[in-house]
Design a protein around this ligand. Sequence first.
Ligand code: TA6
Length: 277
Amino acid sequence: MSARLVPGSNGRSKIILAHASGASAEIYRHGAHVTSWIPAHGREALFLGSDTPFTSGDSIRGGIPVIFPQFAGLGPLPQHGFARNREWEVVDDTSGGGHAAFELRDSAETRKLWPHAFIARVNVELGEKSLAVCLRVENGGESNLIFTAALHTYFRVGDVRRVRVTGLSGINYRDRNRSNAEVNETDDALTVSGPVNRIYANVPGPLEIADGDDRRISVTADRLEDVVVWNPWTQQVPGMSPDDYLRMICVESAQIAQPIALRPGESWTGTQRLELR
Ligand code: TA6
């Protein structure tokens, strides 16, 4: 079975990956954005906002936004950079039902925001119970390329108040909801009972997300050393209905604290692998 480009929501094209085991995933060209992952014999593991627009220019609320070349507002670019709002080219959808690859190169539009030459590639690999997303960036210019990045993953959960995220104990984080205060994580498991917005630096991993029902997903990252955990709680977020916050938690493999620096011709690859336990 091979991957196919088909019409998705609002006429935007997407690729459906189908693994022989029965696992599936969907990825929009807009943002090279994974919007669905259903492991074999499982249920949807990614959250998608009830009101996400799927319109031009808007980023998709949920799934796995690819954040490049700037995380959040931590720099001069628009929030979360521009990669999530661009149409990526499909460069490989033929190597079997479980794999797809997308590419984004600098253009007149991106150079207006960020005057650099780059080639970004997203590879998505679907397994029976796993999904690996890998972001590769190559410096195609003649000066150094410095950027931050994240795979801003929205996990679907039954009720966020019962979720436990383990693997962060003992690690320092910046609490974005408390004026970026530096805090050491002392809890064995992170739980959510209000707004959370933290950047954990240098996480050895792996993490595990127990959704409070019967599901446990591990998150293993390679060369994405930081982890962001976000839940907006009752704060209104575009694309989400008022009680959507109860059904999601973002656990994002990222490289923020120590930005990536590439000399001309160099490349970097960061990978996040999710696995249903
Ligand atoms: O990763 C957490 C975060 O940076 C939060 O501060 C929050 O704003 C979230 O991302 C979503 O950002 P967005 O631009 O998609 O609304």
